[in-house]
Design a protein around this ligand. Structure first.
Ligand code: HEM
Length: 94
């Protein structure tokens, strides 16, 4: 039985969320490496800068991975319920 809704625009929205989420995770990975390099004494960073990058890294990782999860959920929920892709990507005027 297939009681689902059309899945045509499900994939592009999911890919947009996955792409942006993974891109952000990639950037935050670099921030994490910067933190490790500072802890190992390879580069010098003031305590203030370290704390700023630490906060950026922690918050950015959580947001990036959450965006990936949102993309997966969008794809799955869309198979059952009609969802508006314009609202999903906050397209102006959608
Ligand atoms: C290449 C991968 C990563 C590297 C090199 C890295 C590096 C670091 C370092 C050096 C710290 C500071 C740890 C300390 O307190 O001494 C840190 C904190 C943290 N990392 Fe990562 N990390 C990586 C991946 C991740 C991932 C995948 C996540 C999320 C799932 C994550 C989330 C966090 C959070 C939440 C903190 C604490 C932030 C805070 O205290 O404000 N990290 N990371």
């Amino acid at each position: 039985m297939n009681a689902g809704v059309s899945n045509r625009s499900g994939r592009p929205v999911m890919n947009l969320f996955l792409g942006s989420g993974l891109g952000l995770v990639g950037l935050m990975l670099l921030a994490g490496l910067l933190l490790r390099a500072s802890q190992a004494g390879c580069i010098s960073m003031s305590a203030d800068s370290f704390y700023a990058v630490l906060t950026l890294h922690g918050a950015g990782m959580i947001v990036g991975l959450s965006m990936c999860g949102m993309g997966g959920l969008w794809y799955l929920v869309r198979r059952r319920i009609r969802l508006n892709p314009g609202i999903a990507v906050a397209w102006p005027g959608a």
